[in-house]
Write a protein that binds this ligand. Sequence first.
Ligand SMILES: NC(=O)c1ccc[n+]([C@@H]2O[C@H](COP(=O)([O-])OP(=O)(O)OC[C@H]3O[C@@H](n4cnc5c(N)ncnc54)[C@H](O)[C@@H]3O)[C@@H](O)[C@H]2O)c1
Length: 423
Amino acid sequence: MTTAAEPLRLAVIGAGSRGMTYARLGARSHGAIVTAIAEPRRRRREAAAAELGVPADRCTADWHDLLARPDLDVDAVVVATPDRQHTEPALAVLARGLPLLLEKPMSPSLEEAEQIVAAAERSGAIVCVAHVLRYLPYTALIKDLLDTGAIGDVVSIEHLEPVGWWHQAHSFVRGNWRREDESNPMLMAKCCHDVDWLSHLVGRPAVRVSSFGSLSHFTSANKPEGAAARCLDCAVEPDCPYSARRIYLTHLDDPAARDWPLSVLTGDVTEAGVTAALREGPYGRCVYDCDNDVVDHQVVTLEYEGGVTASLTMTAFTPMAFRKTRIFGTRGMIEGDGYQVSVFDFLTSRTTTVQVVDPTEAGAELGHLGADGALIRSFLAAVRDRDPSQILTSAAESLHTHAIVWAAERARRLGTVETVALA
Ligand SMILES: NC(=O)c1ccc[n+]([C@@H]2O[C@H](COP(=O)([O-])OP(=O)(O)OC[C@H]3O[C@@H](n4cnc5c(N)ncnc54)[C@H](O)[C@@H]3O)[C@@H](O)[C@H]2O)c1
């Protein structure tokens, strides 16, 4: 273990978009340095090692090889592999007794998530599941208002996850989360955060859920006449809001866009590199001509212990924006959009507004409005102080909120009202 003044030594398993986000933010906070990497893609591994200053002999293609090293010598491990490859490395990290930052979703099934919780309990190691939203100062402010009775007793909540038209096309039609068999149902992939966040605010177990939703738009039936299989060859592309040419090639000069989503397409974020990716790779495909099957809109209604209700809408068909929430209480209403929180008081008919994030500040929206940085700092502090109370998203708590998502998915498929298994 390092001394209090030294940065913690991290191993990153999966040096993709999320793994690198935590690595960079950890380094920026001066709380951690990455000293070992497992990443199967050679170019990505080498680029990550060069950027983070990790010697080649501490980088492996296979995480088994990394975790088997007797000289691994790290203080904590980040597992940021694709959705269906979380459980095995998470169990192996815990078997070594190492603190674990595990990307969400924990696992594709309840059984595997239970194995992770059991392993976490056996090892006693600090485990943080990356439900970033809980770590926002915005969330802390709302939670504090609720806990101090600012709107009386919470009765119901209306919550919107506006996925954004081009984000849907990028991740859930053309990209890595487009198919349930390769990743997860979209509610799990996108909104396990929202379901978890609602549970955090309500502070009571969810007991029953129902849900409706489908893939309504991004199907071959909606392919416009004259559309080609790829946007670069398409005659009707100028009139298509989902044009890959518009989504990607017109943002080459934007550093934030180069980081995401452009770096997902190619390691060569130049006009030539992105054009080649659109010509050959999955992100140049017509959105009406892909092999996607996840929903593009879904609603979930939830009932919590004590009768509190909530509705969650996840929809592709919005501008890009942060989640929007209204919380209805017996003495007032809270309205929030990630940037500001307003409280309307029934007694005085007055609205008080607190600005939490300045939307005009450069980069304000990045990293989930700063939540990614807050999460890694909490994780590092918890590991350094050996204090699990600094983790807001333990494996056991995350298992409960994942169980709500699985119940909602059953309800959507079967047309039932489902009881949540782990109430
Ligand atoms: N917390 C959040 O807000 C948030 C946001 C986006 C994604 N995610 C989750 O984070 C995870 C990673 O997503 P991403 O966007 O970084 O994807 P990504 O594809 O950019 O990164 C995943 C990396 O894992 C590597 N990998 C694959 N198999 C591996 C293995 N066996 N061992 C080691 N590395 C392996 C891939 O080569 C890739 O570089 C996913 O589960 C995703 O759902 C979480």
